[in-house]
Design a protein around this ligand. Structure first.
Ligand SMILES: Cc1cc2nc3c(=O)[nH]c(=O)nc-3n(C[C@H](O)[C@H](O)[C@H](O)COP(=O)(O)OP(=O)(O)OC[C@H]3O[C@@H](n4cnc5c(N)ncnc54)[C@H](O)[C@@H]3O)c2cc1C
Length: 473
């Protein structure tokens, strides 16, 4: 495999672009001295900011404070691919976890996400590049054909064939032409956004709504009590209700750590090339994924760029968020190799930027929202690479938990299911790393039309042999 044209680095192009449009503002003042709030939220990404806005709407008198270690949008909320969807596109695996009835309930709840984001952005006159053009899942190798059939069958079984429409190779080619694309599925329920504009618009909305925000304020210790205490370098924030919305960082925090692990995901972004997009017929704005387990995800932007992502980054150790999530050159190179293989019609288009971030993967690949037993500390994570849309549901749910409500949000399976446990470290890192290597080797071999080595086939079969519903192929 060829190397990457550019080394991965932060900030992402999205965040840089969004900050430049704001005139590169100074961060909000760090917490200096002790303070109090009714609700303290840790983490200024989508989850923390949607929670703050939902709380403000439902309970205007609350004093809400958000503490963010860096600046809002520094985390994956300012780095992601910008695919926004609920659960129709992953229905088959959601059914495997929840059963048909609860899966349907979740998928129907997820249908509220895109209209929710659209209505909010319109009410604020914010242009977050929301483009509601659906998503294609394409098979890019014979071994990926079965995944397409599975996705179509899952929706049909629940009487919702409208949410997973099968496409012949000719129908795929009408939307985007590539010599490696075979059949596919069109999922109408998907939009794309400019992730940086979205997270910064949420920050603006929170500030306009009177939420207190402290950036450059890492929380170093959380002590449960009445009130709870959050220790930061500049002072302590006390609040009776605390929401931890720190995403992958929760992997190192014991109430969540048995259910979560971190994987890296990386993207490359091309220069603007609108004419090349016209040549391959990809002008409809559809988001696209291939049928790999460590999938490629790709989309166009308003200025005619292509973003290609690869979810094949390194696995973390415990909760450590280190360079493996932002500087891993091999994963950026895999994303670029994906761009070249999947879209050879863009061969002359240059890659300008690359970056990565951690993905908080839960044991059943669904997020969970909880209150730590015996406390008023609420938390949510486990988006498993699909958090842009679901963090909207997360904000509603965490707001309900902080308000002590028993309602439509807290009754959703995201808040009301038992999440399976992962093996302890270092077995999680070692076992997960082995299976990851094996699956990647098998998927690469399949795309090249050869048989994977025996060791890779044996490693890839491990999850199935262990009776796991997910991570199997
Ligand atoms: C490369 C990449 C591509 C992705 N693509 C997609 C996609 O296309 N579609 C999709 O649905 N999902 C995608 N995701 C996942 C998605 O970005 C996340 O699920 C989502 O952004 C999670 O939002 P969040 O607010 O929970 O977390 P974050 O955005 O991580 O926000 C958490 C915040 O907490 C702060 N923080 C951490 N620790 C502390 C502390 N101790 N004190 C104070 N603050 C702290 C961090 O600085 C961060 O700003 C992608 C992720 C990556 C990395």
């Amino acid at each position: 495999m060829a190397g990457a044209s550019v080394d991965p680095r932060l900030p992402s192009w999205w965040l840089e672009d969004a900050l430049a449009r704001e005139g590169d503002p100074a961060p909000a003042a760090a917490l200096a001295g002790d303070a109090t709030a009714d609700v303290a939220i840790v983490g200024g990404g989508y989850t923390g900011l949607w929670t703050a806005l939902a709380l403000r709407e439902r309970s205007p008198e609350l004093r809400i404070t958000v503490l963010e270690a860096e600046i809002c949008g520094h985390g994956p909320s300012g780095r992601n691919g910008g695919f926004v969807h609920g659960y129709w596109a992953s229905l088959a695996s959601v059914v495997a976890v929840l059963g048909e009835e609860r899966a349907l309930e979740l998928a129907v709840a997820g249908e509220r996400i895109i209209p929710g984001i659209r209505a909010w952005a319109e009410s604020r006159r914010e242009d977050v590049w929301l483009r509601e053009a659906g998503m294609l899942e394409v098979s890019a190798a014979p071994a990926q054909d079965a995944g397409v059939e599975k996705g179509v069958a899952a929706a049909a079984r629940l009487g919702r064939s409208d949410q997973a429409v099968p496409l012949t190779p000719e129908e795929v080619a009408q939307r985007v032409s590539s010599p490696v694309f075979r059949n596919g599925i069109f999922y109408p329920e998907c939009a794309t956004v400019h992730p940086g504009l979205l997270v910064r618009a949420l920050r603006r909305a929170a500030l306009d709504a009177g939420v207190t925000l402290h950036e450059r304020t890492p929380v170093r210790g959380v002590r449960a009590g009445s009130p709870n205490e959050l220790a930061t370098p500049g002072g302590t924030l006390r609040a009776p209700e605390v929401v931890l919305a720190t995403n992958a960082a929760l992997t190192g925090w014991s109430p969540a750590s048995r259910n979560l692990t971190n994987f890296g995901s990386y993207v490359v972004l091309t220069e603007p090339a609108p004419e090349a997009l016209v040549e391959i017929g990809w002008t409809g704005g559809e988001a696209i994924v291939d049928g790999r387990m460590f999938l490629h995800y790709f989309r166009t932007t308003n200025d005619g760029r292509v973003l290609m992502g690869s979810g094949s980054g390194p696995i973390g150790l415990g909760g450590r968020i280190d360079d493996r999530f932002s500087r891993d050159v091999p994963t950026a190179a895999r994303a670029e190799a994906g761009l070249r293989r999947l879209l050879p019609g863009l061969a002359g288009v240059r890659v300008e930027r690359a970056w990565g971030g951690p993905i908080d993967v839960s044991a059943d690949h669904l997020p969970f929202f909880r209150t730590k037993a015996g406390t008023r500390i609420h938390f949510g994570a486990g988006y498993s690479g699909h958090g842009v849309g679901p963090s909207w549901l997360g904000g509603q749910t965490l707001a309900s938990l902080a308000l002590g409500s028993d309602d439509e949000w807290t009754r959703l399976p995201l808040a009301a299911r038992a999440v399976p446990r992962l093996p302890r470290e270092p077995f999680r890192r070692v076992g997960g790393g082995l299976v990851r290597w094996a699956i990647m080797a098998c998927e690469a071999a399949e795309e090249e039309g050869r048989r994977a080595p025996l060791a890779a086939r044996a490693g890839a079969a491990l999850p199935r042999l262990l009776g796991m519903e997910l991570g199997t192929r």
